[in-house]
Design a protein around this ligand. Structure first.
Ligand SMILES: *[C@@H]1O[C@H](CO)[C@@H](O)[C@H](O)[C@H]1NC(C)=O
Length: 443
């Protein structure tokens, strides 16, 4: 009896060790983009600004390293950072562990921040030859070791799905007539080979990391089709986690004529069934990934379209006759993109209630369905100007995603990224990192 009890405990411990390599769930993996260190003005996020976030993060993922296309080595990606700071930022980031000893700090490669030639994608050519994989693995191991990281996050830049185009007639019948043209676009002629080779890369990396106990995680980047590139059963045992970056399904760059929710939890319409968090999570679970290894990526920003007089007055998505990217936010300066504090400043508040035109408040709709995300908009004026539609994540919708993670028994969330949350507390009366907090409290 005693022996039986002992064996059961051992079996249970073994099972936990195998399925929960990151240790005690739920996990909050926080992305810190080193590029935000060198922004100008209020969107510059220094290591001091980072500190209040650390109490909520179990892991800090620093990005982004890139790949040298000729040597195939892992290199620090941000030339300006290297110029300004040498490699001291890498060391300062891993030194944050002194402030929070149980914090794990990983280095991320790729993450859609590395420059890639679509005709000769270095992430694919590296996979294709075992001679190219070796310098990558060796340099990755040595960078992780030299700078004191706890592991590597593979934000591998596979080619992306082409957007499904939604076309429609103009006017009130538009919704009834909408059609989706998918075309027969082939994302990657050699996806089957690349899928196998990626399994080999992950296995070889894990073998190199094992003696030091370094973590190895996979980031499935937005609009990368898991069924084309990831052999889940063959990969999963060599991965400590998988971050599903299930957002940016609809963006003004991808879908410039139709504004719609960028990162819904649930299916928007039956013709586009894969573009939501739920589908992405189910895909990995149905292919036998342990739920404890799956983290849901939650963005801290919105995607903003310019809308026109023909887009109508209701704002109800999908919004037809959009006209590409809305003007950049004051701080982040990225067209069609607004950080959460930038969105928040455009929602109705005492400072903007009497303003007009481009400075006037947006009408906030929020997410009454709790399924798709929040949006806010301003119809175009009589001269066709100043129309904006923004679909965004806010503390409430992020909490809904955290609740989804909890209900489904997943490993946790990956927040992308800290610099677009309201890290100064400008919006919420001084409370810093409101999206991160909302996630943490819900988990
Ligand atoms: C992903 O690839 C599968 C084929 O493996 C295809 O059926 C599916 O439509 C693709 N998904 C998207 C969103 O393009």
């Amino acid at each position: 009896m005693k022996l039986f009890a002992f064996v059961s405990v051992a079996v249970v411990l073994l099972a936990i060790g195998q399925t929960d390599a990151l240790g005690g769930s739920p996990h909050v993996l926080c992305y810190y983009d080193g590029g935000s260190y060198i922004r100008e003005g209020l969107s510059k996020l220094t290591l001091n600004d980072l500190e209040p976030a650390l109490q909520f993060c179990t892991h800090l993922i620093y990005g982004y390293a890139g790949i040298n296309p000729t040597s195939h080595k892992l290199v620090s990606n941000n030339e300006k950072l290297e110029l300004d700071l040498g490699s001291s930022l890498l060391r300062q980031v891993t030194s944050l562990k002194k402030k929070k000893p149980d914090l794990k700090v990983l280095l991320s490669v790729g993450g859609d921040k590395d420059v890639v030639d679509p005709e000769n994608n270095k992430y694919l050519t590296l996979l294709e030859s075992s001679n190219a994989r070796i310098p990558f693995i060796n340099s990755a191991h040595s960078l992780v070791k030299t700078y004191g990281f706890d592991g590597l996050d593979l934000g591998w830049q596979f080619p992306k799905n082409k957007p499904k185009k939604v076309h429609g007639g103009i006017g009130k019948f538009w919704k009834g007539f909408k059609k989706i043209f998918t075309g027969d676009h082939i994302v990657d002629e050699k996806s089957e080979e690349h899928k196998e080779e990626f399994v080999a890369l992950v296995r070889e990396l894990k073998n190199a990391f094992r003696p030091d106990g370094y973590l190895l995680g996979l980031s499935v980047l937005p609009n990368v089709n898991s069924s084309l590139f990831f052999d889940v059963p063959a990969l999963i045992n060599n991965l400590d986690y998988v971050n599903l970056h299930a957002y940016d399904f609809q963006t003004p760059e991808r879908n410039n004529e139709v504004a719609d929710f960028p990162a819904p939890i649930n299916e928007l319409n039956e013709r586009n069934p894969e573009s939501n968090v739920n589908f992405q999570v189910n895909y990995w679970i149905n292919n036998h990934a342990p739920t404890s290894k799956i983290n849901v990526g939650i963005p801290t920003y919105g995607r903003a379209w310019k809308i026109t007089k023909d887009s109508g007055l209701t704002g109800l998505p999908p919004v037809a006759e959009a006209d590409g990217v809305a003007p950049a936010g004051l701080q982040t300066q990225i067209p069609g993109f607004l950080s959460w504090p930038e969105v928040c400043a455009k929602l109705p508040n005492p400072a903007n209630q009497h303003l007009k035109g481009a400075d006037g408040p947006l009408r906030k709709v929020g997410d009454p369905t709790k399924r798709f995300g929040s949006y806010a908009y301003r119809s175009a004026d009589d001269s066709g100007e100043n129309g904006v539609w923004v679909g965004y994540e806010d503390p409430d919708t992020a909490a809904l995603k955290a609740a989804f993670v909890k209900t489904r028994g997943l490993g946790g969330v990956a927040i992308v990224d800290l610099s677009f949350d309201d890290f100064r507390g400008a919006c919420t009366g001084g409370e810093k990192y409101p999206i991160l907090r909302a996630i943490k409290y819900k988990l």
